[in-house]
Design a protein around this ligand. Structure first.
Ligand code: ATP
Length: 737
């Protein structure tokens, strides 16, 4: 009762304030204070370490990162000296000071000129919970070829129509694999699989060289390489490491392993994973078996090396000394691979190459590199050199190689076939050359005739062609919508409106409502993508959403008895992936949403550090549909396959077109339909429309990008809730709530 009165009092006070200041904003200084304090929520360790952004960050943003890091470390130092309460008091005082300052600014602004006509440059930026000033959008680094024409394998790719389908039986898959696929209700091959199987399976069409694959997100590239691999390896009489699959992240390792497990069922093919977060020694035991073999000659060699090392003090290779000490007389270690296929991240692969006894690449036949453009990025490229030279050393030191070389009988069978895949496949020969491709060919899944012409064209003829040689396709079942969000200070409110009015989160009969939604915004599409302006003029003819009263319980599917925790995803609940630009923003957004809508607590998950147990739990809860909304950084933008993901929301503008393509590619997969919603602020609009929505190098067969104006409810309730949520976040940060 007392607290109710208190809150009434508070809201009365706010009401009065509201007359003077229509938007309850927290000034940027307050936000930075909140940010600093937010770190004390013990999420600081997650903030930057796990990020993998692809657009080259601007110098400016690097500086900001550096500054932020310095701020963090300064905070850490202070933590040891000052008592917590004193520190919080200081932060709170700063917050109050900056609030007053912002009120002053707002009052001045109101007197001066109307908001819409004010230029962005002149405006004081009042960033409510838009926490960090986002770095300016970076254009994709311009690709400058160092050669005059495309090599023929890039100029004349094998173009495959994305609509083409073939039955796996027709493609010659064995009955065991057909059976395995059936368990996942898969019987027909997607275009990329129909193209790759004949090229990789033993037979007359088998390609004797390396294969690069450029195919849209969700087009089935994973099975495209896994099926022929398993088919080829299942015939092996002994277990030997014969295939390595390299992917960029732990989640993708797990995902590829799951697909592999499905396919190897009933065969002798053994698989294992290697990823940075696992214990190296345990992994080594899973990869290599250690026995001992009677071999007096080799044993004598081993003991003399051990003796020399002890005498000279060179004790680096502990395993050799250990073996010399522990093995039976005249015995040497007998190390054998326990697996046929290894799925790994590049860093851990390098570790095994360097430090796992018996990790031999001598029998390797396939090297698969998925998300290749990312893995070949300059900052990651070193691992390629390590693995390629390890392969060469392993192969050339075998007696078989020496014998064949002696009689000049070296054949392709002895070399490793590389399979390089991406939805945004690089045509940058400088990057590709690091892979030392052997008689490469390019398979491109492309629905537009234009692409054939482009790919067949030579470099240097026209700038347009040059740009388009890097063209990528979006899934044809993808619907894209761009939503202006003013200066971005009320983005959480836009997100709530989008979730509740457009996506109908918590509404039971989703299908009919979504159809109504589609009808609603498709009627706006006539003028939609023609809108190229970067601002949102009041006279715009965009279709506005009809705001539901989000406070009306009749419009939500919440059990009245327990409104806080009872909201659960049902069969019709949309599954939504929301992208922010970093972990910190994801955490903060998640806090705000759940403070404003406590009933969403059981529906929303936040993915910051996927290496942690809780991160993995969150991801699998999202995959299995236990939570409906996942807020994540771009860590989740590549390769992640979430069945029935209906909507992707770019809450923060992606930092590059490549990131956009991978983000939106989390939906509309495997021929299913999906929606990609992108928020753009006034300052981001021009970049978005020019570099993404209308970029000629992004090919869309699913239609142009629509523009949708969302109206926030006019009543004060939502904004009051927002203000209360900011207050709640502040209390949580300061530990006073
Ligand atoms: N032939 C098929 N029939 C039905 N579903 C399939 C088939 N092949 C693959 N899939 C499913 O399609 C989805 C997307 O496949 P996959 O993850 O391989 O896409 P991708 O091309 O690797 O995408 P990305 O570039 O985003 O990584 C998966 O859920 C997969 O199980």
């Amino acid at each position: 009762m007392a607290s109710q009165e208190k809150s009434k009092k508070r809201s009365g006070k706010k009401e009065k304030k509201k007359d003077e200041t229509p938007l309850p904003s927290v000034p940027s200084q307050s936000i930075s204070t909140l940010q600093k304090a937010d770190i004390s929520l013990k999420q600081a360790e997650d903030i930057t370490s796990e990020e993998h952004t692809e657009g080259k960050p601007e110098k400016k943003s690097k500086k900001k990162d550096k500054k932020r890091k310095i701020e963090h470390s300064a905070g850490d130092g202070a933590e040891e000296d000052a008592p917590r309460s004193k520190r919080q008091q200081i932060i709170f005082e700063k917050f109050q000071k900056s609030s007053k300052f912002a009120d002053k600014l707002r009052a001045n602004k109101d007197l001066q000129e109307p908001e819409e006509e004010q230029s962005d440059d002149e405006k004081p930026e009042l960033h409510d919970i838009v926490p960090l000033p986002q770095p300016a959008q970076v254009p994709e680094p311009e690709y400058k070829p160092t050669f005059s024409s495309l090599p023929s394998w890039l100029a004349e790719p094998i173009i495959v129509d994305p609509g083409s389908r073939k039955s796996f039986t027709e493609l010659g898959l064995s009955s065991q694999l057909l059976e395995n696929l059936k368990r996942k209700s898969i019987s027909n091959a997607f275009a990329v699989q129909a193209a790759l199987l004949p090229l990789l399976l033993p037979g007359t069409e088998q390609y004797q060289g390396d294969i690069c694959v450029s195919a849209p997100t969700g087009s089935g590239k994973t099975l495209g390489y896994i099926l022929p691999l398993v088919e080829a390896l299942k015939e092996g009489a002994t277990t030997q490491l014969r295939a390595i699959v390299v992917v960029p992240t732990r989640e993708l390792v797990t995902q590829a392993k799951q697909e592999l497990q499905l396919c190897v069922h009933g065969t002798n093919v053994k698989i294992a994973t290697a990823l940075g977060s696992s214990n190296l020694a345990m992994e080594q035991q899973q990869l290599i078996s250690k026995n001992q073999r009677y071999d007096p000659e080799e044993a004598a060699k081993m003991h003399s090396i051990a003796k020399y090392r002890i005498e000279s003090g060179f004790l680096e290779d502990d395993s050799l000394l250990e073996d010399a000490r522990t093995l039976l007389p005249y015995h040497v270690p007998d190390l054998k691979s326990k697996i046929d296929v290894l799925v790994c991240t590049p860093g851990r692969l390098v570790e095994h190459i360097r430090s796992t006894p018996g990790f031999s690449l001598e029998n390797l036949r396939y090297l698969v590199i998925d998300e290749a453009d990312f893995l070949l990025d300059d900052s990651f490229q070193e691992w390629v050199e390590v693995i390629l030279s390890a392969i060469e050393t392993s192969k050339t030191s075998t007696s078989r190689y020496k014998f064949l070389a002696q009689y000049k009988m070296l054949q392709d069978s002895i070399s490793v076939q590389k399979i390089i895949l991406s939805a945004t496949m690089t045509r940058d020969l400088t990057k590709l050359s690091a892979l030392k491709l052997r008689r490469p060919t390019l398979v491109a899944i492309s629905g537009t005739n234009k692409s054939q012409g482009v790919l067949e064209s030579t470099f240097g003829n026209s700038e347009d062609m040059l740009d388009q040689s890097n063209a990528v396709e979006l899934p044809p079942t993808l619907k894209e919508v761009a939503i202006p969000v003013g200066n971005g200070s009320e983005k959480p409110l836009y997100l709530l409106q989008l979730l509740e009015t457009q996506l109908r989160l918590l509404k039971p009969s989703l299908t009919s409502q979504r159809k109504a939604t589609e009808d609603r915004y498709s009627s706006a599409s006539s003028d939609s993508s023609s809108s190229n302006s970067s601002d949102e003029s009041p006279g715009s003819s965009d279709t506005s959403s009809e705001p539901l009263d989000s406070n009306d319980p009749s419009q939500m599917d919440i059990t009245p008895q327990d409104p806080i925790t009872s909201a659960r995803p049902t069969a019709g609940t949309p599954r939504v992936l929301v992208f922010t630009n970093n972990n910190e923003d994801a955490m903060r957004l998640s806090h705000i949403l759940t403070i404003m809508r406590p009933q969403y607590r059981s529906l929303i998950g936040t993915l910051t550090k996927t290496s942690s147990k809780s991160g993995q739990r969150t991801l699998s809860a999202f995959k299995s549909g236990k939570i409906a909304v996942l807020i994540a950084s771009d860590r989740a933008s590549r390769g992640l396959d979430v069945p029935d993901l209906t909507d992707v929301i770019s809450y923060d503008m992606p930092r590059s077109p490549t990131l956009y393509i991978h983000r939106v590619g989390r939906t509309a997969r495997a021929g299913k339909s999906g929606n990609a919603w992108s928020f753009f602020t006034k300052s981001e609009g021009r970049w978005f429309w020019n570099s993404i929505a209308k970029a000629p190098e992004i090919r869309r067969s699913g239609g142009e990008v629509d523009r949708l104006k969302i109206d926030l409810p006019l009543g004060p309730e939502l904004r009051e809730q927002y203000e209360a949520a900011l207050e709640g976040l502040r209390s949580a940060v300061l530990g006073t709530g």
